[in-house]
Write a protein that binds this ligand. Structure first.
Ligand code: ZN
Length: 443
């Protein structure tokens, strides 16, 4: 028996140890994809612009095993070798690239895309009854294109997608062209804002597009015609939500407005993408029950999409803030106050297991409801500490300072200290760094 020292593979994020890659930084993806809805067949070419961070002879990209790669070039030349295994595309170059060298990686690939199995269920590319969607969080991007699939790796995108002509294709950013030819329509979207791969999406369906009232930020909807009346009722408050959140959180982060997609299928949960939120038909039943979720997803455009956690352990910076936005919308639209919501959920959390550390909940609990509710309570306690003027000034400073970049919890607690007269350390220790549930009125 030999007792070898096990060589540990370096990881970017222990919550998602197999995602993300070393040695380079991507600045732009250009995807040219054809997708046939009828047979679930995707063929694509990804052109990835990157720069090396070290001298580089071999490197990897994340890509699901369901997709096969037929050709790779790097700076116009064929590499010595490429192969796919265990969710990675491995590329070995003929010559070493110097640190700081530009790389244009072109990958031709295709297959029948399907979701990735993860700790959190199926994520990524998913067929619908009559169409498809991408639910990327947290590591689903690799189910439909080769990428450096980690939120800390933001890039700009151009997404050119062809599908059968009756379908509407929605992707992130501005629709810059739409061409129909031989039964297929090619939709080209441009997304200049740096975006994490999990927030890049594709929504394909028999959708009608409509423009909603504009309160300074254009809002569009894409939905099946049969849901139109329900939508007009259930989503009526969105322009007012947008107005409120711009006032409280600062400028809407994207140049290209906001689009809400409602799928013809039911979805377990709504989800956020850059500039887009996706709801299921069950969230649009004409009874207005999804209002808090509508506020939640909209708030992610600031918290999560623009200001993004550098590592998944800081997920409360997305979910706690989006949950608090639900309470703020309630308070400002004639519903319960944020304080009433905080007390309501505090009682509920008092009966839940107290084994969760908000600042590092662990991969299995990163989407646990306690992260959402305790995160929102933490913000509420902070707000009472700072007063409304300072608290909302802090939120606007936060979204402006870290717009389209990535953050850790210390960035937030550090910034908050500038808005407080006394140390916030006891507050953070109690709410972020201890599993015990503090009393709402202390410290
Ligand atoms: Zn959320």
């Amino acid at each position: 028996m030999t007792r070898g020292k096990k060589k540990s593979t370096p990881v970017i994020d222990p919550y998602l140890p197999t995602s993300g890659n070393f040695g380079y930084r991507v600045s732009r993806y250009e995807l040219d994809i054809e997708y046939k809805v009828a047979i679930n067949r995707l063929t694509g070419t990804a052109t990835i612009t990157a720069v090396t961070l070290a001298s580089l002879r071999t490197f990897t990209l994340d890509l699901a095993d369901t997709l096969s790669v037929t050709k790779v070039t790097v700076n116009g030349a064929r590499p010595q070798q490429f192969r796919t295994s265990s969710g990675k595309l491995h590329i070995a170059l003929l010559d070493v690239l110097a640190p700081g060298a530009a790389m244009t990686i072109v990958v031709r690939y295709g297959g029948a895309p399907r979701p990735i199995r993860s700790l959190w269920g199926d994520v990524g590319f998913e067929e619908l009854n009559d169409g498809a969607l991408v639910a990327g969080q947290p590591n689903g991007a690799q189910s439909w294109f080769p990428c450096d699939d980690h939120p800390s790796a933001k890039a700009s995108f151009r997404l050119q997608i062809a599908a059968e002509s009756p379908y509407r294709v929605i992707a992130n950013g501005e629709l810059v062209s739409r061409r129909a030819r031989a039964g297929m329509t090619t939709w080209t979207y441009d997304l200049p804002e740096p975006t994490s791969t999990y927030l890049v999406t594709l929504q394909i369906g028999m959708y009608e597009r409509q423009r909603l009232a504009d309160n300074g930020v254009p809002i569009h909807a894409a939905l099946p015609d049969r849901l139109r009346d329900n939508f007009e009722h259930d989503f009526a408050a969105q322009p007012q939500m947008m107005k409120l959140f711009v006032t409280l959180f600062g400028d809407y982060p994207l140049s290209e407005g906001y689009t809400v997609v409602v799928t013809d299928d039911d979805l377990e949960i709504p989800l956020e993408a850059q500039g887009i939120s996706i709801f299921g038909a069950n969230h649009c039943d004409g009874r207005g029950r999804a209002e808090r979720l509508i506020a939640h997803e909209l708030a992610h455009q600031w918290f999560g999409n623009s200001v993004t956690a550098k590592r998944w352990r800081h997920i409360w910076l997305h979910e706690g803030f989006a949950c608090y936005a639900e309470w703020l919308w309630s308070e400002n639209s004639g519903g319960r106050s944020a304080d009433e919501w905080a007390r309501h959920y505090h009682q509920r959390l008092a009966n839940s297991p107290r084994d969760l550390l908000l600042a590092d909940p662990g991969p299995r609990d990163m989407f646990d409801d306690r992260v959402y509710k305790r995160g929102a309570m933490t913000l509420h306690v902070l707000r009472r500490h700072l007063g409304d003027g300072n608290f909302f000034a802090l939120l606007r400073d936060w979204t402006a300072r870290y717009r389209h970049s990535t953050v850790v919890t210390d960035d937030f607690t550090g910034l908050a200290s500038h808005y407080a007269d006394e140390s916030l350390r006891p507050l953070w220790d109690a709410w972020l760094y201890s599993p015990q549930l503090p009393d709402l009125d202390t410290p």
